[in-house]
Structure formats: structure tokens, C-alpha cells
Ligand binder design. Structure first.
Ligand code: SF4
Length: 191
């Protein structure tokens, strides 16, 4: 039990990315997709805002393998917080994830038990770099792949107890998060 919530190691949703797809996030299919004409009349399903407050249950940072991809801004913030030179930071905390197109993406490492490399019991059972955590973590669950449809949002809510609870995030703030993801691309290199 953590923070009043039972965390099962069998939880399936994970805010680390599950696949190495070119979109960078696990894609879920569903019937919640609407046509451009419908969207122009009603707006996206989140037009009235969505509730989310992280319950700090750690279910999305542990237990299953996944990827936390990093942008230049992420690396810069983390290196500053940890006071580490670039090469040392990459060697100690990062891995390159190969893609189908001859490139690889920079991701955080994970421990042998699949916990995020920065998840720690010594920090109140949580992220030891929470204030400087990567944009992928900071914007969960307002990811492009989840905001694609109401079905995807509802599927996420089944596994994340913070989804649908607490703070109301307006359409404007959600779209700012989506735009931020576009403006801070993941670091790639040739394999
Ligand atoms: S409430 Fe959701 S976002 Fe917060 S730690 Fe739990 S699973 Fe992750």
C-alpha cells in the first residue's frame, strides 16, 4: 500500500512508453475517433477540460519495462539537478533504443526489476528527480496518443487512479502540453 492506494504489480498501464513505435507512445485503438466535421462542430472530447491529479502511487514508474524518452531540455534540466557532465549522465542514466529506420532514441535506463532508474525508496517511495522529471512524465496523461480519443482516455483511467480525479485541466492547458511535446523533440542519433 502506498499513499493509501493498493498498487498491484500486474497493473497494465504504464506512463513509461510501451512500444518503440515511430509515434513514441503506445497507440490504442478505439471507436472514440471522430471525423474532422464532427470535431469542428463539437471540438475535441476534452473541450470542457479533463480532471487529473497524480496520486503518487508510482504505478506508472515501476513494475514493467518501458521507455522514458528524453529531449535536450530534459537532459539539460536533469544534468543541472544532478550536477553531472553530459557524457557521464548519458552513461549512467541513459540508453539508446534502436528504431526500425536506422536511428535510435535516447531513453532513461531502468533497473533490473523494471523500476525507473530514478525511482527510489529513499525519496519517500517516488521519483528522486520529481521537480526536474522529463516532459514525458510531466505531461502524462495528456499525451498525443491518449488525447486522440475518449476511448484512449477512459482506458488510461482504468489503470491510473489520478485520471478523472482532482484538478480540472482546461482545453487550453491540455493543448499547451501537447504543443510542448511537439516543440521539444526526442534526441535521436544514427545507430
Ligand atoms: S496516479 Fe497515475 S500518474 Fe500518478 S503515479 Fe499513479 S499511475 Fe502514475
Amino acid at each position: 500500500m502506498i499513499g493509501g492506494l493498493t498498487v498491484s504489480p500486474k497493473k497494465r498501464y504504464y506512463c513509461k512508453v510501451m512500444l518503440e513505435s515511430s509515434g513514441g507512445e503506445r497507440q490504442k485503438s478505439g471507436s472514440g475517433h471522430e471525423s474532422p466535421a464532427e470535431l469542428s462542430v463539437k471540438g475535441p472530447f476534452y473541450a470542457g477540460g479533463l480532471r487529473f491529479s497524480c496520486q503518487r502511487c508510482s504505478a506508472c514508474c515501476r513494475f514493467e519495462s518501458g521507455y522514458v524518452y528524453l529531449s535536450r531540455q530534459d537532459v539539460s534540466l536533469l544534468r543541472t539537478a544532478l550536477d553531472m557532465p553530459y557524457d557521464k549522465f548519458i552513461e549512467k542514466y541513459c540508453r539508446w533504443v534502436p528504431e526500425w529506420n536506422g536511428k535510435s532514441r535516447l531513453s532513461l535506463k531502468e533497473k533490473r526489476n523494471y523500476d525507473c532508474i530514478f525511482w527510489s525508496k529513499e525519496h519517500g517511495e517516488g521519483c528522486r528527480v520529481y521537480k526536474e522529471r522529463p516532459l514525458q512524465c510531466r505531461t502524462f496523461p495528456f499525451w498525443p496518443s491518449i488525447m486522440e480519443s475518449k476511448d484512449n482516455w477512459e482506458m488510461t483511467a482504468q489503470d491510473c487512479p489520478g485520471t478523472g480525479e482532482g484538478e480540472l485541466h482546461s482545453r487550453d492547458s491540455i493543448e499547451k502540453m501537447l504543443a510542448k511535446r511537439r516543440m521539444e523533440p526526442i534526441i535521436f542519433r544514427d545507430i
